[in-house]
Structures are given as structure tokens and as C-alpha cells.
Write a protein that binds this ligand. Structure first.
Ligand SMILES: [Mg+2]
Length: 198
């Protein structure tokens, strides 16, 4: 409970939420309020309740997770819109799958532009451009999954769980040469000059 004078004029719950219900506010609007609150509060420890600390960065981490979680809902909306606009069926599903390949091609094009592989064009893209194109691939793939009539969140969740289980089951491997612990110097092999082919 706060004694802030301005807060006394506010309702106990967000707009549109009945105090005696278990309803939650729109996640995007909630994230906006969290962002505004953090901007006013700043960084660091906010409070503790019975020894349980809450930090501003805890709230910021959750705030940033909202758009990512929305990717699934957005993919479902795009798939529904495509079905309404273009119709549904095998042909449309095929085109949505091909769209993933098209977006993957844009990733390759952006990377080529980042390293300046084409001397005539030079450097035309940045790493951020490549990342944006990779994000296009992700969202397009989610739309293609939804276009198959499946829940992209469930499908991706299953995929993530499978990969995580593999990682957890994998025996600890020898560190890569570049990942050698700092207390164990990396041994470089120096060939005598005479052994180096001319
Ligand atoms: Mg793209």
C-alpha cells in the first residue's frame, strides 16, 4: 500500500479490471506501466517481503519478455489473416512454407552485404540487418506452423524441451580450444622455421 498522494486518486486495480475478479490486464499495457514505473524509479533493489527481494531488473526482464511471448499470438493472427485473404488449403500452406525459404535467402543476402563479398557493391548491410532478417525467418516459420493448423507455441515449446533435454543429458565435453579455462594456458604449437614449407 502506498501513501503517495497521487496514488490515492487511482483505482486499486488497472483500468477495466474488477477488483473482485481474477482477471489480468492486457500484457502490453501492463508492460508499458512497468516501463514507465522503472523509468521513474531507476535501478536497484525495490523492496523485500519476508526476505524475498524484488529488483527493478526483475521487472525489466519480464517487461522485455512480453513482445517475445506475443510472437505466437501475432503468428496466429497473421495466419488467420492470410487464410481470410488468400484462402486456405495445400497451395497456401505450400506458399507459406516457401516464404520461410525466401526469408532465409534475405538473411544470406544481408550477410553477404555485411562482409562485402561483392566487390562491386561493397558493404551494404550491418549485423543488425542480418539479425532483423533472421527474426523474419523466425516469425515466418511460426506463421507457416499456424497455417498448418497447429499451435506454434506448443510446437516450439516441444522443440525447445527436446533440445534442452539433449543438452542436459549430454556428458560434459572437453572445452573447445578457445574456451580453455584461464588457469590452464592454451598451448600453441610453434613449428620451427625449418618445418614451414616455403
Ligand atoms: Mg526479410
Amino acid at each position: 500500500m502506498t501513501t503517495d498522494t497521487a496514488a490515492r486518486a487511482l483505482p486499486d486495480q488497472p483500468d477495466g479490471i474488477d477488483e473482485y475478479s481474477s482477471d489480468l490486464p492486457d500484457s502490453h499495457r501492463a508492460a508499458e506501466r512497468v516501463g514507465e514505473w522503472i523509468a521513474a524509479w531507476g535501478d536497484g533493489l525495490i523492496d523485500t517481503a519476508d526476505g524475498h527481494p524484488l529488483y527493478a531488473r526483475d521487472l525489466e526482464a519480464l517487461r522485455r519478455a512480453v513482445p517475445a511471448a506475443d510472437a505466437y499470438a501475432t503468428a496466429r493472427r497473421v495466419a488467420a489473416w492470410l487464410a481470410t485473404t488468400n484462402g486456405s488449403g495445400r497451395d497456401q500452406q505450400t506458399l507459406q512454407i516457401l516464404k520461410v525459404t525466401e526469408e532465409a535467402g534475405e538473411v544470406a543476402s544481408a550477410w553477404i552485404g555485411t562482409v562485402g563479398q561483392n566487390p562491386r557493391k561493397g558493404i551494404t548491410h550491418t549485423t543488425d540487418d542480418v539479425a532483423d532478417e533472421l527474426a523474419d525467418v523466425v516469425l515466418t516459420a511460426l506463421v507457416a506452423i499456424a497455417g498448418l493448423g497447429l499451435d506454434p507455441q506448443r510446437v516450439v515449446g516441444n522443440c525447445v524441451a527436446k533440445v534442452a533435454a539433449r543438452l542436459n543429458a549430454a556428458a560434459p565435453s572437453r572445452p573447445h580450444r578457445d574456451e580453455a579455462p584461464l588457469d590452464r594456458p592454451v598451448v600453441d604449437v610453434h613449428l620451427p622455421a625449418a618445418d614451414i614449407p616455403a
